[in-house]
Design a protein around this ligand. Structure first.
Ligand code: HEM
Length: 414
C-alpha cells in the first residue's frame, strides 16, 4: 500500500482546524509542500487533494463511475435542494439531468439580452447618479433578478430570494466544515434561521409554480420548459416538489457563482493590459476566481492514482482554484490577463475547468457566459469603475468563492 504524502496534522482532528481557519491557504500550502496528490485527514474523514489535470480527469471523467457524490458536501446541500441535480441520489440526478439539460442549451438563451437590458438600464442610471457603489451587492442583486426573470419570467422583489439564499449558503457551509452537527441527526435540529430561510424560498417558488399551472398562456422560460420537459422524454411530469427542488437548485447554483465572478471581473478590469473581448475577461475572472473553488467526490471502491492508494469510501478533493494557479501550466499565474484566452495563445486544455468536467459539468455554463459577457460589455462601455483608495478586496471561501466584505468602487461616466 503506497500512501500519498501529506501534512501530519493534530492527533484527533488532523488538519481540520487549519482547513477551517484558511481553506484556500491550507490547500495551497499542502499542494506546494507535498505535490499534486496530497493525503489529508479531517477527523475521521480521509481525503486526497488532486492537483494534476490527468488525476482530475481520471476522477471526474475517465473513471467517473467509481466516484459518486455521496459526500458530506452533497449531503449538506441536499437539506435545501432535496433530491435534485446537486444531490447524492444517482437515480434522481439522472432523471433531473435528462430533463434539465435540454432546457439549458445555448439557443434557449438567445433572447436574453433585452431581459438583461431591462435590469441594466435602470441600474446604470442609478450608479451614475450615486457616484459610488458596492460592486459585490450590486452584482448579487442584478444576477438574482436576472436569474428570476430567466427561470420564471417574474418581477418578484429579488430580496425575497437573495436574502434567504445567503442565509442558506452560509449555514450550509458551516455544516460542511463542522465535523459533527446536530442537524445530521434530524432535520428538525437545523438552526431556526436556516429553517426560516428555506421556508421563505419555498413560499416564493411554490407560489410561482401554482400561478404558472393556473395560467393559460405560458411564457417561454425555464419553468415552462421544465413543466413540458417530460413530453419529449415520455416520462411522468415533474411533481410540484420535484419542480421546486429543480428551481431552488438552479437559483442556488446560478446566483452567487455568477455574481461573484462578475464582481471579480470588474475589480480587476483596470489592471488588464487589454480591455477588449468580454468573453476573455470573464474567462480570466473565473480562472483566478473559480466560483466553485472545490469539488468533492467519494471513492466507491478502492483505487490507485499515480501509484498512490485511494481507500474505498474516502473523499477526493479537486480545487479549480489551485489548478488554475498551478505554476506548471499558467505563467505569472496570479496576474489578471485576459489575453491568455486570445485565440492561438497556447494554454493547457485540461488545466482549466471553471465549470467542472465530465457528467456533472455545469448545466448553467451557457447561461452564465451569456449573462456575464453581456453585463461586462454593457457596464464597461457605459461607465468607468475604479476601486476607492482604501479598498483591498479579499477572497472568502465558502460554498462559493466570495468577497470578505463590501467592495466600494467609484463610478464615472465613460
Ligand atoms: C460563473 C458561474 C458558474 C460557475 C463557475 C459554475 C461552476 C460549476 C461547477 C464547477 C459545477 C460542477 C460541480 C461538480 O462537479 O460537483 C457546476 C455544476 C452545476 N451548476 Fe454551475 N456554475 C456557474 C453558474 C451556473 C448557473 C448560472 C446555473 C444555473 C442557473 C448553474 C447550475 C449548475 C447545476 C444545476 C450544477 C449541477 C450539475 C450536475 O451535477 O449535474 N451553474 N457548476
Amino acid at each position: 500500500m503506497t500512501r500519498a504524502p501529506g501534512p501530519r496534522g493534530g492527533l484527533i482532528w488532523g488538519s481540520l482546524g487549519a482547513f477551517q481557519a484558511d481553506p484556500l491557504g491550507f490547500l495551497a500550502q499542502a499542494a506546494q509542500e507535498h505535490g499534486d496528490i496530497v493525503r489529508l485527514r479531517f477527523g475521521p474523514v480521509t481525503a486526497h487533494l488532486l492537483n494534476s489535470p490527468a488525476a482530475i480527469e481520471h476522477v471526474l471523467s475517465r473513471n467517473a463511475s467509481n466516484y459518486d457524490k455521496a459526500t458530506r458536501s452533497a449531503d449538506r446541500i441536499a437539506a435545501t435542494t432535496g433530491d435534485s441535480l446537486l444531490s447524492a441520489n444517482a437515480h434522481a440526478w439522472e432523471r433531473h439531468r435528462r430533463l434539465i439539460q435540454p432546457v439549458f442549451q445555448p439557443k434557449c438563451f438567445d433572447g436574453i439580452k433585452p431581459v438583461l437590458d431591462s435590469l441594466l438600464d435602470p441600474m446604470l442610471a442609478r450608479w451614475r447618479k450615486a457616484g459610488r457603489i458596492d460592486i459585490v451587492d450590486e452584482m448579487m442583486q442584478l444576477v438574482i433578478a436576472a436569474v428570476i426573470k430567466v427561470l420564471f419570467t417574474s418581477d418578484i422583489d429579488p430580496m425575497r430570494i437573495s436574502a434567504p439564499l445567503e442565509v442558506i449558503l452560509a449555514d450550509t457551509w458551516r455544516r460542511i466544515e463542522a465535523p459533527l452537527n446536530a442537524a445530521m441527526l434530524s432535520p428538525k435540529l437545523h438552526r431556526p434561521a436556516f429553517k426560516a430561510a428555506v421556508r421563505a424560498v419555498n413560499d416564493v417558488v411554490f407560489d410561482l409554480i401554482r400561478q404558472r399551472r393556473k395560467c393559460t398562456q405560458w411564457p417561454d422560460d425555464v419553468l415552462t420548459r421544465l413543466l413540458r420537459a417530460h413530453e419529449a422524454e415520455g416520462e411522468a411530469q415533474l411533481s410540484d416538489t420535484e419542480l421546486r427542488d429543480a428551481a431552488v437548485t438552479l437559483l442556488l447554483a446560478g446566483h452567487e457563482t455568477t455574481a461573484n465572478a462578475l464582481s471579480w471581473a470588474f475589480i480587476h478590469l483596470l489592471d488588464a493590459p487589454e480591455i477588449g473581448d468580454p468573453a476573455r475577461i470573464f474567462a480570466e475572472a473565473i480562472r483566478l476566481y473559480p466560483s466553485i473553488w472545490v469539488i468533492e467526490r467519494r471513492a466507491i471502491a478502492a483505487d490507485v492514482i499515480d501509484g498512490f492508494d485511494i481507500p474505498r469510501g474516502s473523499s477526493v478533493l479537486i480545487s479549480p482554484y489551485l489548478l488554475h494557479r498551478h505554476p506548471a501550466f499558467w505563467p505569472h499565474a496570479s496576474a489578471f490577463d485576459p489575453t491568455r484566452f486570445a485565440q492561438g495563445t497556447p494554454r493547457p486544455s485540461a488545466g482549466y475547468m471553471p465549470f467542472g468536467l465530465g457528467q456533472h459539468r455545469c448545466v448553467g455554463l451557457y447561461l452564465a457566459n451569456k449573462m456575464a459577457t453581456h453585463i461586462i460589455a454593457r457596464v464597461s462601455h457605459t461607465v468607468r469603475l475604479t476601486l476607492l483608495p482604501d479598498q483591498q478586496p479579499k477572497t472568502l471561501a465558502g460554498i462559493t468563492l466570495r468577497h470578505e466584505g463590501p467592495v466600494l468602487m467609484r463610478v464615472t461616466a465613460d
